[in-house]
Design a protein around this ligand. Structure first.
Ligand code: PGA
Length: 247
């Protein structure tokens, strides 16, 4: 299972960041999970450049610019140089802050051009009874992937993160049946966009209130390849119990 710990802006001091990295190093040794940490940008280099473990690092976002005279931007080559190997693209909190589909496709291209694996976040605002949410998911994937070459499309990890489930508690997250249906649907959309049978190798993650209380049920039988974890990834107790549930 792939566990992506999205620290968002929850971690604001270096001692907490170091503590969470040390915990992840222990967890990666004692479990069969791959752990990817997505710290805030100023901490990523400090943690990743001295990291000798198999814990991997992700940017929480990358700049759509090519660098140069763009004050405040953190570009894909900077993240790659700092030790990141993944990048979260199109997180709903970035979309809410102004990331359009056009910006997201630019960011995907920059990410891939510098050897980072993109984790593309998609998901509906709410679930309606007519199944419109399925169209939202299809559209978000299709628009993002359509600018990529077949080879690039194969590298994208899709993280299904319905907005209604983010930042709540385990009881308000999706259930295993609905997640299983959505994972199948996403795989069907990917199969239409990727060459041959290559979509069977694409990874599909789920994010939205994953906690120790629901991770095992969500993992079992839903067909999901891993999780994008927000608030529970910055609490040492919750994060270690959550990974423990999968081992
Ligand atoms: P959450 O966040 O686990 O706090 O719901 C997930 C995410 O936004 O990636």
């Amino acid at each position: 299972m792939l566990i992506v710990a999205n620290w968002k802006a929850y971690v604001e001091d270096v001692s907490k960041a170091k503590k969470l990295l040390a915990l992840s190093k222990r967890l990666v040794r004692s479990s069969s999970c791959t752990i990817v940490l997505a710290p805030p940008a100023p901490f990523l280099g400090a943690l990743a450049l001295t990291n000798k473990s198999s814990v991997a690092f992700a940017a929480q976002d990358v700049s759509a610019t090519l660098g140069g005279a763009t004050t405040g931007e953190a570009t894909a080559p900077m993240y790659a140089a700092a030790g990141a190997t993944y990048a979260i693209i199109g997180h709903s909190e970035r979309r809410a802050a102004g990331d359009t589909d056009a910006l997201i496709t630019q960011k995907l291209l920059r990410t891939l051009a510098h050897g980072l694996t993109p984790i593309l976040c998609i998901g509906e605002h709410e679930r309606d009874t007519e199944g419109k949410y399925l169209n939202t998911v299809r559209e978000e994937i299709t628009i993002a992937l359509s600018v990529l070459s077949p080879k690039e499309r194969m590298k994208v990890i899709v993280a299904y993160e319905p907005l209604w489930a983010i930042g709540k508690t385990a009881s308000e997250a999706i259930d295993q049946r609905d997640l299983g249906e959505m994972v199948l649907y996403i795989r069907k959309v990917l199969a239409e966009l990727l060459p041959g049978k290559s979509s069977s190798h694409s990874l599909v993650l789920y994010g939205g209130s994953v906690e120790p209380g629901n991770i095992r049920a969500l993992a079992g039988g839903s067909g999901v390849d891993g999780f994008l974890i927000g608030h529970a990834s910055v609490d040492t107790h919750l994060f270690s119990s959550l990974v423990g549930e999968l081992t």
